[in-house]
Design a protein. Structure first.
Length: 362
């Protein structure tokens, strides 16, 4: 029981980060020295705190505006998928200890030992069938399900339940991850990820860098000649804490970070868009977890429209230097391709219009 060796190429994120990070940094530094635009493409910079869905937006742009993910690309995510399954169960088990929740199945304690004994999945390996059976049995333990209901009290990826619900399908040794699987897989962004595409006869370049505090210093390299910023917000983070310190509210962190970006002199001539992301999760969570956990002063009703409207107002209040009309706010569900396609269409029109205005063409 444990791992079965196999050879899998690096995931697309890992490969792109490795191959493009140095090149992108060199290009942007050269542009800074020459004070000339790097290209005529519209440059979009994805910013936001960790777990806000930026990497999922990048994947969607690849699906919608490029050739998407080939069979080989999708296969390369299989290792990461198995890492997510193992890591999610391990996180829930840790959460059970933290919250003092007991198993409902007498065999689950032994299964827990097997998972903890395995530890981390070696690179280039998959979970074998026996271990997948073990994870599946644990996932169906009522104790774990009770723990997941309190996921805001410990660290668990938002895509964990989606993937663990499909674990029976993943046990097929010939299974290749689908695009929906890839959109729900969590891969920490390290370095700079770049996606280029053409939309409405205009070239776009989208940059994504890590949102964790340790990664934000890399944002400086992307500031020059940026046409627009898309700032991603995790709506579902209003009742949970940062993984970095365990004490800072995720939405409070996102608000403060947005304030520093929106009012920065660096971005005076940069279009600003806010993607209020993970609307699907907020719709479910707001029914059982009040918004007052994040904003004690909130006295509105416990429904989605009231909650998201209040959160949007809080972000607009962070804007101290721009006209309110020039900060474009969109509600998004980054894992929903159709929704992102529509949102980007509207957002791109606003970006291109402002870009033409700055150039004096309209």
């Amino acid at each position: 029981m444990g791992t079965a060796p196999c050879f899998v190429p690096m995931s697309p994120e890992e490969r792109l980060a490795k191959e493009t990070n140095d090149r992108i940094t060199q290009d942007i530094r050269r542009d800074r020295q020459t004070q000339a635009p790097a290209s005529e493409a519209i440059k979009l910079l994805l910013l936001g705190a960790g777990e806000s869905g930026k990497s999922t937006i990048v994947k969607q742009m690849r699906i919608i505006h490029t050739s998407g993910f080939t069979s080989q690309d999708r296969l390369s995510f299989k290792h990461v998928l198995h890492c997510n399954l193992l890591g999610s169960i391990a996180s829930i088990l840790e959460g059970m200890d933290l919250l003092d929740i007991e198993f409902s199945n007498s065999r689950s304690e032994e299964r827990k030992k097997q998972v903890l004994a395995l530890g981390r999945l070696e690179k280039g390996t998959y979970l074998d069938t026996n271990m997948l059976d073990t994870l599946e049995a644990l996932w169906h333990d009522a104790g774990l399900q009770r723990c997941v209901e309190r996921a805001n009290q410990f660290q668990l990826s938002d895509g964990a339940s989606f993937l663990l619900d499909k674990i029976a399908v993943f046990k097929d040794p010939d299974y290749v991850p689908t695009e929906q699987d890839i959109l729900h897989i969590r891969v920490k962004t390290e370095g700079i990820i770049e996606v280029k595409f053409r939309y409405n006869d205009t070239d776009f370049t989208l940059y994504d860098v890590g949102g964790q505090r340790s990664e934000r210093r890399k944002w400086l390299y992307c500031f020059d000649h940026c046409t627009a910023i898309i700032y991603c917000v995790s709506l579902s983070g209003y009742d949970s804490m940062l993984a970095e310190d365990g004490t800072t509210n995720r939405l409070h962190e996102s608000l403060l970070l947005f304030r520093s970006i929106c009012n920065s002199k660096v971005f005076t001539k940069t279009s600003m868009l806010i993607f209020l992301n993970k609307t699907d999760l907020l719709q479910k969570k707001i029914l059982v977890s009040p918004l007052s956990k994040c904003f004690p002063e909130y006295k509105g009703p416990p429904d989605f429209e009231s909650a998201v409207g209040y959160i949007e107002t809080k972000f607009q209040e962070m804007n101290r230097t721009r006209d309110k009309e020039t900060v474009y706010v969109h509600r998004t569900c980054a894992t929903d391709t159709a929704t992102i396609k529509c949102v980007f269409k509207v957002a791109a029109q606003a970006i291109m219009r402002e870009n033409l205005q700055r150039c004096g063409l309209i």
